[in-house]
Design a protein around this ligand. Structure first.
Ligand SMILES: Cc1cc2nc3c(=O)[nH]c(=O)nc-3n(C[C@H](O)[C@H](O)[C@H](O)COP(=O)(O)OP(=O)(O)OC[C@H]3O[C@@H](n4cnc5c(N)ncnc54)[C@H](O)[C@@H]3O)c2cc1C
Length: 493
């Protein structure tokens, strides 16, 4: 029976056939609006269509069709990415993986699980926790982001300080290459498998080398014991030094998170307040886990370090409910900024831990220079900063100022030997800032790798690397960054 579609576009008709019907494709303007951006909402573009394949074969068939008709395409998970990786800047066909959301297999004996790419991160831990296991990478968006998206972005999270980011937990991938070929890559759990580390290359490639359709992940046994500490400081610098001191003391907490005064104002005004004092400069949320025997000793040492750094108040969670409340307060921190500002821009720099006081001070200066408040909520133990620039896009010029402030924060990170992304990826947001950490040859070398996988550059083109022209054009479209980052920074110096 011919499909009933409200379009004469032959490509859309063919794509609808591949995914077996009109309920698996969106192509009307009003439906596509929801796909014009991801979590990086400053820049928007309409896709040609959104298709919802149900299995790998359908993904491969869509990709083959797009490749043979020169139609740009890209993969999309939950669309929570914060650097614009899933934004269809070339009017792409979006291949949404959200209907490929099965937990395919759990192998507790060998501590691994196989999931489809649309499987939501937190569901994995929820599915195996009763049996005493969990999946370690825990981005704060874990209640909705997909494991496919986590692989593409090499997502991190609060507990990645001790357990490593996504790449440390991936054992195998099934991937549809940009020509439609299906391949499987696996380390078979061998720590130093022969040949190139293709798993490592694919993980974090931001959806530019292939579309991940199945993922084998490592799962871990729940730690025997856990304790969580909340420490309040009157000076940001004292909190920052405490972070370095804890690690220097030889303790590797499972998580070591920091929030500053503005961030605390936000989380206390939002859905999960816990009653933090409003007049403190910073708080640390510290969790240690492991075998029961050593935990009390570690907590004692942490309390001593905090005392030495003039902590005002420190408390240990008394039960699981209290611990869960503290974590809900922290993990919904980005969204909580909506309670105190109409708009916010999330940045994602990374620095050596010892440089925390210096860089936080520089971020403060940037805030004064641009006249916008900047909150800081971040994975302090990893040195992974998240300055959140608060602005009001309805006020003329504020979006531009926010973008400039974001760039200046990243420059501050690069200047102390850090980098421009710790976990959110480059996407379209930080392409020009890649020049803070790579020279032209290094950028060319990496684009050469992309060409091996993606020679026609139809898959998620114009992302990550500043190629001549393209990224500057995009930034012009944003109306905010029509001058290059270096030029912008001159205004701050
Ligand atoms: C409130 C909030 C908190 C966050 N906290 C964290 C955090 O703590 N840590 C962190 O790392 N990130 C965090 N993020 C960012 C984001 O959630 C992660 O980058 C996440 O991994 C994106 O997953 P997604 O399913 O939403 O992917 P999407 O946003 O849909 O896509 C992201 C990129 O991955 C590509 N992609 C998606 N699926 C596939 C696939 N199957 N194959 C190939 N490429 C694919 C897309 O093309 C795009 O380039 C946060 C975001 C929000 C909104």
């Amino acid at each position: 029976m011919p499909l009933k579609l409200k379009t004469k576009d032959k490509h859309i008709k063919k794509l609808a056939e591949i995914v077996n019907g009109p309920k698996s494709i969106l192509y009307l303007k009003e439906d596509l609006l929801a796909y014009d951006c991801d979590g990086f909402t400053i820049h928007r573009h309409m896709p040609k269509a959104v298709v919802f394949p149900k299995n790998t074969e359908e993904v491969a068939a869509i990709v083959k069709y797009c490749a043979s008709h020169n139609l740009p395409f890209l993969a999309r998970g939950a669309g929570t990415g914060l650097s614009g990786g899933a934004i269809p800047i070339n009017e792409e066909v979006i291949i949404s993986l959200v209907r490929m959301k099965r937990l395919v297999h759990v192998d507790l004996e060998n501590r691994r699980a196989v999931v489809e790419p649309g499987f939501v991160n937190l569901k994995l831990t929820n599915s195996i926790s009763e049996k005493g296991y969990y999946y370690a990478p825990d981005p704060s968006s874990q209640y909705c982001c997909t494991i496919g998206g986590n692989v593409a972005e090499n997502a991190g999270g609060a507990h990645c300080l001790k357990y490593g980011v996504t790449t440390n937990h991936i054992l195998g991938l099934e991937v549809v290459l940009p020509n439609g070929e299906i391949i499987e890559i696996s380390s078979d759990g061998i720590p130093d498998a022969p040949g190139y580390d293709l798993l490592g290359l694919l993980t974090g490639s931001e959806g530019t080398l292939g579309i991940v359709t199945k993922i084998t992940v490592r799962i871990l046994k729940n730690p025997e014991a856990k304790q969580t500490v909340l420490a309040y400081f009157d000076k940001v610098s004292d909190g920052s030094y405490a972070v370095s001191d804890i690690i220097s003391a030889g303790i590797v907490p499972a998580a070591l998170e920091m929030m500053d005064k503005i961030a605390i104002e936000g989380v206390e005004a939002a859905s999960f307040p816990v009653g933090h004092p409003k007049d403190i400069a910073a708080l640390l949320l510290i969790e240690v886990d492991g075998i029961e025997a050593g935990i009390d000793e570690q907590i004692k040492e942490i309390l001593e370090v905090c005392k030495k750094r003039n902590v005002r108040e420190v408390k240990v969670a008394q039960n699981e409910q209290e611990r869960a409340r503290w974590w809900a307060n922290r993990k919904t921190g980005f969204g909580a900024m909506g309670a105190i500002s109409p708009d916010y821009l999330v940045q994602d720099g990374v620095i050596p831990r010892s440089k925390l006081p210096e860089v936080l001070e520089r971020i403060n200066q940037v805030s004064e220079e641009v006249g916008l408040r900047i909150a800081n909520i971040f994975h302090a133990g990893d040195g992974n900063l998240h300055p959140l620039v608060l602005f009001d896009s309805r006020k003329p010029g504020e979006t531009e100022k926010a973008l400039k402030a974001g760039t200046a924060c990243l420059k501050a990170c690069a200047d102390v030997g850090g980098s421009i992304t710790g976990e959110h990826g480059v996407g379209i947001e930080k392409m020009e800032e890649m020049r803070f950490v790579f020279n032209e040859e290094e950028i060319q070398a990496q684009t050469a790798i992309r060409e091996v996988f993606n020679p026609k550059n139809l898959l998620n083109a114009g992302k990550i690397f500043p190629s001549p022209g393209r990224c500057v054009e995009i930034k012009k479209e944003m109306k905010a960054t029509s001058v290059k980052s270096e030029e912008k920074l001159l205004e701050f110096s």
